[in-house]
Design a protein around this ligand. Structure first.
Ligand code: ATP
Ligand code: MG
Length: 176
């Protein structure tokens, strides 16, 4: 495989993913669309797109030594992105720590030749795709605090049934 489609993400633990899947189910009667499978739910930190094999291998090695500053983000609202027609869960305000980790990650990635996107960081977990309404459900379930201490590097692979994600590296959790 000459290239891989890669992204960095926070991956929820199974109970958190389960709760997020409930958020999707609760929104579905309102928004319609297709729920993401529970085991695929994630928050993207940096989308890299197609990456040459050589760089991908370097990233895989380096990611294991990257330390993400631990933090938390409270998901407390639903939102909609109209163009990709997705319904998401996200924080009303991006926590400073998460923003700093995002910015730090892109700075770190610049050493590998990647440039950050022009658009601001909009942390979100995609819950439903191909939604049929422009407005999100008016109220969200009780806020959900997500504590994280590492990120994962994921390869997104095209299959007959759509994209499949494969975790190819994990950053190192903080000691102690
Ligand atoms: P598909 O595109 O085949 O429907 P997908 O969107 O799940 O599947 P990818 O397009 O590989 O898979 O995206 C992986 C992750 O990166 C998703 O969380 C997606 O929202 C995010 N992503 C994709 N493209 C971009 C982009 N241009 N900017 C920011 N994030 C992106
Ligand atoms: Mg996509």
């Amino acid at each position: 495989m000459p290239t891989a489609r890669l992204f960095y993400a926070l991956w929820p633990d199974p109970p958190m993913a389960q709760t997020l899947s409930t958020w999707a189910a609760l929104a579905q009667p309102h928004s319609h669309g297709r729920p993401m499978r529970t085991e695929t739910l994630h928050m993207t930190l940096a989308f890299l797109g197609q990456v040459e094999r050589e760089i991908a291998d370097e990233l895989i090695d380096a990611t294991a030594y990257h330390r993400l500053q631990p933090g938390s983000v409270t998901l407390d609202r639903y939102g909609v992105f109209d163009r990709p027609r997705i319904l998401w869960a996200g924080p009303a305000q991006t926590p400073d720590g998460l923003q700093a980790s995002h910015d730090g990650l892109w700075l770190w990635l610049s050493a590998f030749g990647f440039a950050p996107p022009a658009q601001p960081f909009r942390p979100h977990v995609t819950l439903l795709r191909n939604i049929e309404r422009h407005d999100p459900p008016a109220s969200a379930p009780p806020p959900l605090t997500w504590r994280y201490d590492r990120m994962v590097l994921v390869a997104s692979e095209s299959t007959d049934g759509g994209s499949r994600y494969r975790v190819v590296a994990r950053s190192r959790p903080q000691p102690g």
